[in-house]
Design a protein around this ligand. Structure first.
Ligand code: URP
Ligand code: ZN
Ligand code: ZN
Length: 464
């Protein structure tokens, strides 16, 4: 299968230029002017951008959580991803008690088998840090192709600081990257007790108040100190607050290797959403919670300036009806934490970031693809260049689309971005040279196949 994309504007993180792109099989084989290779498919990309497919390094596919499951499986989740211009995702793989990291990876890979529609990889989340698990970091980095490890500083399955130190030391030796969900558990527990005593548990807004910015700020500061101690590196997931960003920046300014991602919800939505009537505020219950507009603005600057290197989604969908509106109706603490987002990532970043002048087109490509590939050792992805995987998004910056749940593919009955007007949508999406999604004049439709996606072994961290 070969494809020739003619007359497009190639956009990489390093710049843009007009050229044709020829892909044969899985790979980009040639880039140049007036290419005339015979091809199975020719795409006229005049007036369109030709960009590397987005990579979402933070999804929760079929994840058991808070008494229920994140609803997208590998088929629905990657159909949605493809329709949003995402050609690779790195999903979390939560280690169960007693499991090795290898067993956890095999268990999750079995869920993807025959279903996954675009390429994927896995981050083991260390939840049962037995000594042999810490030792397994070496194999995960050098044999399994999964050199990134999530830890939680909060929730029942959190790890303590001693475990964090051990993991940092081990990942430093073998080229691993510890990813941290940074919230101070004692602050959250204390606030929960306060609201419990005051009888303030029946409104989603208290979810936000129970997890104040300082909970994130303190946890990031502490994690950064562990990095300073060990000389290792760390990656903060779903960074949400301006105070958290300041701690990341402070560490980086002192030469401490703290990296971070944020997500569209923290750039675009604020905590007023929790006040929506009819329990609608529950739709936005996630951890960390939505913050204020000041944090939104600070995070855009962090992205622009480079203190944030990646935008991910934290895609973790639970229906509103039957889940968000039922669980926790009498207690905000029981509302399943998480929201859908894998399909809307690129369109939101283009409309709200590029069109509104907050970031350049090149920076968008960097934080959605090139930087993400580099951060997570996806050496064949993240760039329109000869030899790279033909994971290509032909993007039409002129398409108008109003986000609405019924035109999306995620297995969730709502989107947090309902009614938002988008400018620019994927016109055609290729995963290793195969067309998987296209704009049909009304919405993006999936035209790929379940089972096309492959597990990608990633390389150890090489520095950033
Ligand atoms: O609320 C969230 N973020 N749910 C998903 C789990 C996590 O902590 O990333
Ligand atoms: Zn998390
Ligand atoms: Zn998450």
């Amino acid at each position: 299968m070969s494809v020739l994309i003619k007359n497009g504007l190639i956009v990489n993180a390093t710049g843009r230029y007009q050229a044709d792109v020829y892909a044969d099989g899985d790979k980009i084989k040639a880039i140049g002017s007036d290419l005339d290779y015979p091809a199975d498919e020719v795409v006229d990309a005049k007036g369109l951008y030709v960009m590397p497919g987005a990579i979402d390094p933070h999804t929760h596919i079929s994840m058991p959580f808070m008494g229920t499951y994140a609803q997208d499986d590998y088929e629905t989740g990657t159909i949605a991803a493809a329709c949003g211009g995402i050609t690779c995702l790195v999903d979390f793989d939560l280690q169960q008690k007693g499991e090795s990291l290898y067993e956890a990876l095999e268990r999750k890979k079995a869920l993807a088998e025959g279903k996954v529609c675009v390429d994927y990889s896995l981050h083991p989340a260390v939840m049962d840090p037995r000594p042999e698990i810490i030792e397994e970091v070496k194999q995960a980095c050098h044999e399994y192709g999964t050199p990134s490890f999530k830890i939680f500083m909060v929730y029942d399955f959190r790890v303590d600081d001693a475990t964090m130190i051990k993991l940092l030391e081990e990942t430093k030796k073998y080229g691993g990257l510890v990813q941290v969900h940074a919230e101070n558990v004692y602050i959250v527990q204390h606030m929960n007790e306060v609201f419990e005593k005051e009888g303030k548990v029946k409104e989603p807004y208290y979810h936000a108040l129970s997890r104040p910015n300082i909970a994130e700020e303190e946890a990031i500061a502490r994690a950064a100190k562990m990095v300073e101690l060990t000389g290792s590196r760390i990656y903060i997931v779903h960074l949400s607050s301006k105070e958290g960003l300041w701690k990341v920046k402070e560490a980086r300014d002192h030469g401490i290797d703290v990296y971070a991602e944020t997500c569209p919800q923290y750039l675009l939505l604020d905590d007023e959403r929790y006040k929506e009537a009819d329990w609608n505020g529950a739709k936005y219950v996630m951890s960390p919670p939505l913050r204020t507009k000041e944090s939104n603005a600070a995070l855009w600057l962090g992205l622009r300036g480079g203190d944030l290197q990646v935008v991910s989604t934290d895609h973790c969908p639970f229906d509103f009806k039957g889940k968000k509106d039922m669980f926790g109706k009498d207690d905000y603490k029981k509302i399943p934490n998480g929201a859908p987002g894998v399909e809307t990532l690129a369109m939101l970043l283009h409309t709200e970031g590029v069109v509104k002048g907050r970031i350049s087109l090149e920076r968008m490509v960097d934080v959605l693809s090139t930087g993400t590939a580099k951060m997570f050792g996806l050496k064949d992805k993240g760039e329109i260049a000869v030899g790279k995987d033909a994971d290509i998004v032909v993007f039409d910056p002129s398409i108008k689309f109003t986000i609405t749940q019924s035109k999306l593919h995620m297995n969730c009955d709502y989107t947090p971005y309902e009614g938002m007007e988008m400018t620019g949508m994927p016109s055609a999406v290729f995963s290793r040279g195969k067309r998987v999604a296209e704009w049909n004049g009304d919405q993006v439709q999936f035209v790929g196949q379940a089972g096309h996606g492959r597990f990608v072994k990633r390389e150890p961290f090489e520095g950033f």
